[in-house]
Design a protein around this ligand. Structure first.
Ligand SMILES: C[S@@+](CC[C@H](N)C(=O)[O-])C[C@H]1O[C@@H](n2cnc3c(N)ncnc32)[C@H](O)[C@@H]1O
Length: 438
C-alpha cells in the first residue's frame, strides 16, 4: 500500500514538475519568439524607412533632372523658334507642363506617368511646330543659322570631290541603314515621286520600249533597285555598274538571269563594256556625281563609244536650275549644302548636260512639282531633329561616319529650300539621242 501510494506520489510529483518545467520552457520560448518577431519587425520597418527615404531621394533627383531638362528644352525652343507663332506658344506650354508635372510632385498617379505624359506632349508639339512651319525665306535664313552652328558651311561647300571620296561616302552607310531606307522608302535610294517609288524606272521603260532596246546599261546602279525593269522585261539584257563594291555584292545577291553587275567608275574608260552595244544608257540620281566638265566629258566619251546608233542617254535626276545664279544667296547656299552633303561638288544643270552630251534632246521633263512633297516631308523630319543642335554638333564630331550621317540629314533639310520655285534646283528627266555611230 505504502509502496503503491509512494509510487503514486512520486509519479504525480514528476508530472507536476514536468508540467511546470514545460510551462516555463514554453513561456521562455514564447518570450524568445516574441523578441525575435519584434526584432524582425523592427528590422523590416528600418529597412522600409530607409527604402522610402532612398525612393524619395531618387524621386527628388529625377525631378530635378527633369526640371533641368525642361529648362534646357525651353531655352532651345526660344533659340530655335525665334518667330513667335501659335505653335511656339503651344510648344512652350508643353514644356511648362513638363516642368510642372515633374517638379511640383505630379498631376497623375505616378511620377513615371507624369514624365511620359510630358514627354509625349512635348514631342507632339515639336512635331506640330515642324509640320506647320512655312517653307519660306525667313525659315531658310533660320535653318542656315542652325546648320552654320553645327559646321562651317563655307569650308565644306565648293570643294573638289574625287570618285574615291564619293565611294567612301556611300560605303560609310551601313547595310542596316540601307535596309531601313528600303523598308521606309521601298525600292531605291532616290527621290519618291508621287505614291510610287519606282516612277523613275517607268520613264526609263518608256525609252526602252521606244527604241526596242535589247541591251541596257545603268550607271550607278546602287544595290540593284532597277531590277524591277529586268523583271518586267525578261527579253532585255541589263548591265549595271557602280563605284561601290558592297553595292555590287548586294545587287548581285538579288540578281536575275537577264541582269549583270560590275564594279566600275563611269568617269574612267569603260569602253571595254562593248562598242555600240547598248541602245539605252541610263542613270537614276547617279549622274549628278558627274560634277565637273572633266568628269562629264570622260563620261560622254564612254557613252559615245558604248551607245548603238539611234540609242539614248536617259538622265533621271536633280539638277542645278538655270536660274541658280539669280537665286537668293540663301537659296544658293541651301543648294551648295545639299550638294556637299550628297558628295557632289557642283551638280550639273540640264544646260551643262545638253552642252556636254552633244546629241539631240528628245525629251526634257520637269518633275520638280512631283518631287517637292517628298522633299518637304524630308525637310520637316530633318527639322524635328534639328531642334537639338547641340546633340547634332557633338554626334557629328564622333567619327567620319557620324559626320556623313549628319551632313546627309542636313542636306535633306536644305533640298526643299533649294527647289522652292525651282530657284536653285530642279528635278526631271532629260533624254539625249545619238543618231549615228559616234
Ligand atoms: C543616290 S545613289 C542611286 C542608286 C540607284 N540608282 C538607285 O536609284 O537606287 C548614286 C549611286 O551612284 C554611284 N556612283 C556615283 N558616281 C559614280 C561613278 N563615277 N561611277 C559609277 N557609279 C557611281 C554611287 O556609288 C551610288 O551607288
Amino acid at each position: 500500500m505504502l509502496n503503491s501510494s509512494f509510487a503514486q506520489y512520486a509519479v504525480s510529483d514528476f508530472i507536476d514538475t514536468y508540467r511546470s518545467r514545460t510551462a516555463r520552457i514554453r513561456r521562455t520560448l514564447a518570450r524568445a519568439s516574441l523578441v525575435r518577431f519584434c526584432n524582425t519587425m523592427c528590422h523590416i520597418s528600418d529597412m522600409m524607412t530607409s527604402a522610402m527615404l532612398f525612393e524619395k531621394f531618387i524621386t527628388i533627383c529625377a525631378q530635378s533632372a527633369m526640371l533641368l531638362t525642361a529648362c534646357i528644352l525651353l531655352f532651345t525652343a526660344f533659340e530655335y523658334h525665334r518667330r513667335p507663332t501659335t505653335t511656339t506658344l503651344l510648344y512652350v506650354f508643353a514644356l511648362s507642363v513638363l516642368s510642372m508635372t515633374t517638379s511640383l510632385g505630379g498631376f497623375l498617379a505616378t511620377f513615371t506617368l507624369d514624365v511620359m505624359l510630358a514627354v509625349a506632349l512635348t514631342v507632339s508639339f515639336i512635331a506640330l511646330e515642324c509640320y506647320l512651319t512655312p517653307l519660306d525665306d525667313e525659315t531658310l535664313a533660320f535653318d542656315l543659322e542652325i546648320i552654320g552652328g553645327i559646321y562651317n558651311i563655307n569650308t565644306i561647300t565648293g570643294q573638289t570631290i574625287t570618285s574615291l571620296e564619293v565611294e567612301e561616302q556611300y560605303a560609310l552607310t551601313t547595310d542596316r541603314d540601307y535596309a531601313l531606307l528600303e523598308r521606309i522608302m521601298g525600292p531605291g535610294m532616290h527621290t519618291r515621286l508621287g505614291n510610287d517609288n519606282a516612277t523613275q524606272f517607268n520613264y526609263v521603260m518608256d525609252e526602252i520600249q521606244a527604241t526596242n532596246a535589247t541591251q541596257v546599261l545603268e550607271i550607278g546602279c546602287g544595290r540593284g533597285h532597277s531590277r524591277v525593269l529586268a523583271q518586267m522585261m525578261p527579253n532585255v539584257q541589263f548591265t549595271g555598274i557602280d563605284l561601290v563594291e558592297r553595292h555590287i555584292e548586294v545587287a548581285k545577291s538579288r540578281g536575275l538571269a537577264n541582269l549583270e553587275y560590275i564594279q566600275a567608275d563611269a568617269t574612267t574608260d569603260i569602253s571595254w563594256l562593248g562598242k555600240n552595244r547598248f541602245q539605252i544608257i541610263f542613270g537614276v540620281e547617279s549622274l549628278c556625281h558627274m560634277d565637273s566638265d572633266e568628269k562629264r566629258s570622260q563620261f560622254i566619251a564612254n557613252v559615245k563609244s558604248l551607245i548603238a546608233p539611234g540609242g539614248r542617254l536617259v538622265i533621271v535626276d536633280g539638277f542645278r536650275s538655270n536660274t541658280f545664279a539669280t537665286a537668293s544667296p540663301n537659296q544658293q547656299k541651301a543648294m551648295m549644302l545639299t550638294e556637299s552633303g550628297f558628295a557632289i561638288m557642283r551638280m550639273p544643270s540640264k544646260t551643262d548636260w545638253i552642252q556636254a552630251a552633244q546629241g539631240v534632246v528628245t525629251s526634257n521633263k520637269d518633275l520638280t512639282a512631283d518631287a517637292m512633297p517628298y522633299w518637304i516631308l524630308g525637310w520637316r523630319i530633318a527639322r524635328f531633329i534639328m531642334v537639338f543642335p547641340i546633340f547634332m554638333h557633338y554626334y557629328s564630331r564622333r567619327s567620319r561616319a557620324t559626320m556623313c550621317t549628319i551632313m546627309n540629314l542636313l542636306s535633306v533639310a536644305t533640298v526643299a529650300h533649294a527647289m522652292r520655285n525651282s530657284a536653285a534646283a530642279e528635278y526631271g528627266v532629260l533624254v539625249v539621242m545619238y543618231q549615228t555611230d559616234q
